[in-house]
Design a protein around this ligand. Structure first.
Ligand code: CO8
Length: 266
């Protein structure tokens, strides 16, 4: 694994087509200060600039206790309403960079994923977690509201009623409960198993046509929350786009010729 971009709070390592982005601020349980958010944004922008060389991303937190324990509460204490909006906007820009990356991003949660931390995980394509992980939207206990996508993506993940219950109660739930409600896709006994499982999933994805995976992600992100007719149009356009790719010709030809496809990513 080779370090790629390194800041004080966010590390990016590359291992072949896989990038591992680590939020490394364990003394504050990886809380999202404005600096961390800017470094995350820069990390995902730099991965996007690498184009098709990046086939999958694992996003995680360092220190063994937290994925991310939320936005940095100390940094929010004295903000004006306008500055509060601006910090939420910065969070949304990070979510946009994650959702805008063609390659899938798996949130690898080992420990607390609270507030802005859960919202960051929700901006990823799906969430894998260790059994010891904890999830929640504790904002209202601080007099805050979710500001980094919690009211947008949490209802999509778990349904409106469960999202309301989690947000209004500020209740923390464990990985088993999070998995039962569909918030977490898979749970693992420990951190090693978590990364082994996440890498195995990325390898499964990597065997498929990269342009098709990228189009599917773009369509899924763009269609989320849209009216059926609009979502259908987005899907139809994406389906057409797949026909522009060499990998689509190769995948279909390989099926007809009863052989394994040789995808090139073109
Ligand atoms: N911000 C800043 N510092 C934090 C945060 C945080 N969110 N969470 C933990 N820390 C710090 C603690 O202050 C402590 O620092 P120190 O040692 O200097 O006192 C250190 O991390 C360790 O934390 P604890 O001693 O509290 O550890 P415990 O094991 O006792 O408790 C908890 C762990 C339960 C996770 C506890 O730390 C906690 O409740 N943290 C806050 C969780 C929270 O409320 N998060 C939501 C924040 S609000 C939010 O995320 C809004 C999102 C919208 C923002 C939009 C833009 C990003």
């Amino acid at each position: 694994e080779t370090p790629q971009a390194s800041g004080p709070d966010v590390r990016v390592e590359r291992d072949g087509g896989i990038a591992i982005v680590t939020i490394d601020r364990p003394a504050a349980l990886n809380a999202l200060s404005p600096d961390v958010l800017r470094a995350l944004h820069a990390a995902f922008e730099s991965l996007a600039a690498d184009g098709s060389a990046v086939r999958g991303v694992l996003l995680t937190g360092a220190g063994g206790r937290a994925f991310v324990a939320g936005a940095d509460i100390r940094a929010m204490a004295d903000l004006t309403p306008e500055q509060g909006e601006e910090s939420a906007r910065l969070g949304h820009r990070v979510a946009g960079a994650i959702e805008g990356l063609a390659a899938p991003v798996i949130a690898c949660v080992d420990g607390f994923a609270l507030g802005g931390g859960l919202e960051l995980a929700l901006a990823c394509d799906f969430i894998y977690a260790t059994d010891a992980s904890t999830f929640g939207q504790p904002e209202v206990r601080l007099g805050l509201t979710p500001g980094f996508g919690g009211t947008v993506r949490l209802p999509r993940a778990v349904g409106l009623a469960r999202a309301k219950e989690l947000i209004y109660t500020a209740r923390r739930i464990d990985a088993a409960e999070a998995a039962a409600m569909g918030l977490v896709s898979r749970t693992f006994a420990d951190r090693d198993a978590l990364f082994e499982g996440a890498r195995a999933t990325l390898a499964e994805i990597e065997a498929n046509a990269a342009p098709a995976v990228g189009i599917a992600k773009r369509v899924l992100v763009a269609a989320a929350g849209r009216r059926t007719d609009r979502a259908a149009e987005i899907e139809i356009a994406g389906f057409g786009d797949a026909f522009r790719t060499e990998d689509m010709r190769e995948g279909v030809a390989a099926f007809i010729e009863k052989r394994e496809p040789g995808f090139t990513g073109a």
